[in-house]
Design a protein around this ligand. Structure first.
Ligand SMILES: [Zn+2]
Length: 168
């Protein structure tokens, strides 16, 4: 009769309370995960917001590129003096000239426009957006003379090329 009780007691005193440690450990890991998720959420949202704005900006510049092409088709290859000249004949929606990240309410055109001289290379930058950055590093969305829209870093190196050279 006493042997049973004795065994129970000895396991209580001498044995390590594993279930308790496992329980606390799991709880701590879960708590850490929750805290991590809460801390990362704004960063993830910021990243998604940025990805969205870059996509929207790229689409804007693609529309501007198409409008410029049509304008030049009608004007013997000449570029307009300003991007506003495209509105409304070649660009019906003027809001396309504003980057979604541009918070300046009164500004109607976010993009820097440099009509390239005749004989400019295919990658000459015609329209440029300076309002984007990745992890604090400035970057640009640009429309090239050949109509391509790409993202570059602050030195004008295409991000695609940077990724490729990093992978080497
Ligand atoms: Zn932009």
């Amino acid at each position: 009769m006493s042997s049973r009780r004795g065994l129970w007691r000895s396991s209580q005193r001498g044995g390590t309370p594993w279930p308790w440690i496992v329980g606390v450990g799991c709880g701590a890991i879960l708590l850490a995960c929750i805290v991590f998720a809460i801390l990362m959420k704004p960063l993830a949202e910021q990243g998604m917001q940025m990805a969205y704005s870059m996509t929207a900006c790229t689409e804007n510049l693609q529309s501007v590129g198409t409008a410029l092409q049509r304008y030049r088709g009608d004007h013997g290859g000449r570029y307009p003096q300003t991007l506003e000249e495209l509105v409304p004949t070649y660009l019906t929606d003027k809001s396309v000239l504003k980057c979604p990240t541009d918070s300046a309410v009164r500004r109607e055109v976010s993009y820097a426009y440099t009509p390239p001289p005749g004989g400019a290379p295919a990658n000459a930058i015609v329209v440029r957006c300076d309002l984007h950055n990745i992890a604090g590093q400035e970057m640009h969305i640009v429309l090239q003379a050949d109509g391509k829209v790409i993202a570059t870093d602050d030195k004008g190196v295409p991000l695609e090329e940077r990724r490729r050279s990093r992978g080497r």
